[in-house]
Design a protein around this ligand. Structure first.
Ligand code: AMP
Length: 308
C-alpha cells in the first residue's frame, strides 16, 4: 500500500500584509507530502526540480519517510518558481511571476515500485501530465484525487475534462467550481461537475470551510478560526495532503471516511497558514494534529436533542 503524490516542488516568493519571504521552499507536492506524512507513512513523490533545490530539504523529506526517487533532478536546471502577493483579506492573490523552468519539459517517468500505488494524488499540473501519470499505473488505484486551477480551466478545458473523467475525487475552490461549471450557485455547480462521473467533489471555501458532494449527499466541514494567518500559500495542497493521508491510513473510502478526511484536510491547511512556506508543517506531531482535529469536531458539536 502506498500513496503517490504528483505535483510541483518549487521555490516561492510571497508577500502578505504581514511581511514577505523570498525564494522559500514551496510547490503543491511539497505541501501535500509534508501534510500527509504525519498521517501515513508510505508516501512517494513525483516531480521535477533543478540542481538549485536544496539537497538538505530532500533529506528532510527522506527522514520523514517520503520516497523521493520519483523526483527528477535536472543537471544545471532551475526549479519551478512562483511569486505571489496577497490582498488585505489574505484570500485574493495576484500571481506576479510563474517561471516554469524545468517543469516546461516535465515528462514524468514513474519508478517501477510507484506503479502499484493504491492512492494517487494528482496535484495542480498540466492535465495531460496528470493523464500520463494515470496511464503509467499498473493497476487502477483504489482512489485518484485531483486538484486543478483557473489557469487550466481557461487554457486546456478539453484535456482537463478528459482527466476529470478518469478520477474519483476532484478538489477545487469555489471560484474554480463556478468557472468549470458555468454556474454561480455551488449546489448547481456541484451537480454539473458530478456529471463528469466522479464519485466525490470537494469545494474548498478557504476560511469558510469546505463542502463535500456526492450523488448521495452533501457534507460541510468548517475551517478552524485562527488568530493569525501568516501566509495562505499551500493551504489547498496541505488540505489535499491531509485528506489523502487520512484516507490512505484508514484504507477506507466510504462517505463517512470522506467526511472525516475533510476534517483532517482542514486541520492540515490551518497549520500551513500559520507560518510561511512549510515551516509549521515541518514541526508537527501526530498528537498536535489529533488535538486540533478534536477541537475542530468540537466546534460544531451540539449535545441537545432536537425539539420542535
Ligand atoms: P495553493 O496556495 O494551495 O494554491 O498552492 C500554492 C503552491 O502552488 C505554491 O507553492 C506554488 O509553488 C505552486 N504553484 C503556483 N502556481 C502553480 C502552477 N501554475 N502549477 C503548479 N503549481 C503552482
Amino acid at each position: 500500500m502506498s500513496l503517490t503524490i504528483v505535483g510541483t516542488v518549487a521555490f516561492d516568493s510571497v508577500k502578505t500584509p504581514h511581511g514577505q519571504v523570498d525564494k522559500v521552499i514551496g510547490g503543491a507536492a511539497t505541501f501535500a507530502a509534508w501534510a500527509a506524512s504525519y498521517l501515513y507513512h508510505d508516501i512517494q513523490l513525483v516531480s521535477i526540480i533543478g540542481e538549485d533545490w536544496p539537497e538538505e530539504e530532500l533529506n528532510k523529506m527522506r527522514e520523514r519517510g517520503i520516497d523521493t526517487s520519483g523526483i527528477e533532478i535536472v543537471k544545471g536546471g532551475k526549479s519551478f518558481y512562483w511569486e505571489g502577493e496577497y490582498d488585505k483579506n489574505m484570500i485574493d492573490r495576484t500571481t506576479i511571476t510563474t517561471d516554469l523552468n524545468v517543469l516546461d519539459d516535465f515528462d514524468p517517468n514513474l519508478p517501477e515500485h510507484y506503479k502499484k500505488s493504491e492512492f494517487l494524488m494528482l496535484g495542480n499540473l498540466t492535465p495531460t501530465i496528470q493523464q500520463q501519470v494515470i496511464n503509467q499505473m499498473k493497476n487502477r488505484p483504489k482512489l485518484i484525487v485531483m486538484d486543478t486551477m483557473n489557469f487550466w480551466i481557461d487554457i486546456a478545458l478539453e484535456a482537463l475534462e478528459e482527466t476529470i473523467k478518469q478520477v474519483d475525487v476532484l478538489s477545487i475552490n469555489d471560484e474554480e467550481a463556478r468557472l468549470l461549471s458555468g454556474e454561480y450557485n455551488l449546489l448547481k455547480a456541484a451537480d454539473r461537475i458530478l456529471d463528469y462521473g466522479i464519485k466525490y467533489l470537494i469545494i474548498k471555501k478557504g476560511e469558510h470551510g469546505a463542502l463535500l458532494f456526492s450523488k448521495d449527499g452533501m457534507f460541510f466541514s468548517p475551517a478552524l478560526p485562527l488568530p493569525v494567518i501568516m501566509d495562505p500559500t499551500g493551504a489547498g495542497d496541505s488540505f489535499a495532503g491531509g485528506m489523502m493521508g487520512y484516507l490512505a491510513s484508514r484504507n477506507e473510502i466510504s462517505f463517512e471516511h470522506m467526511k472525516m478526511s475533510l476534517m483532517y484536510g482542514a486541520v492540515m491547511g490551518s497549520f500551513c497558514v500559520e507560518d510561511y512556506s512549510i515551516r509549521k508543517l515541518q514541526s508537527l506531531s501526530p498528537e498536535i494534529i489529533k488535538t486540533r482535529v478534536k477541537n475542530l469536531l468540537e466546534l460544531s458539536r451540539i449535545d441537545l436533542a432536537l425539539e420542535i
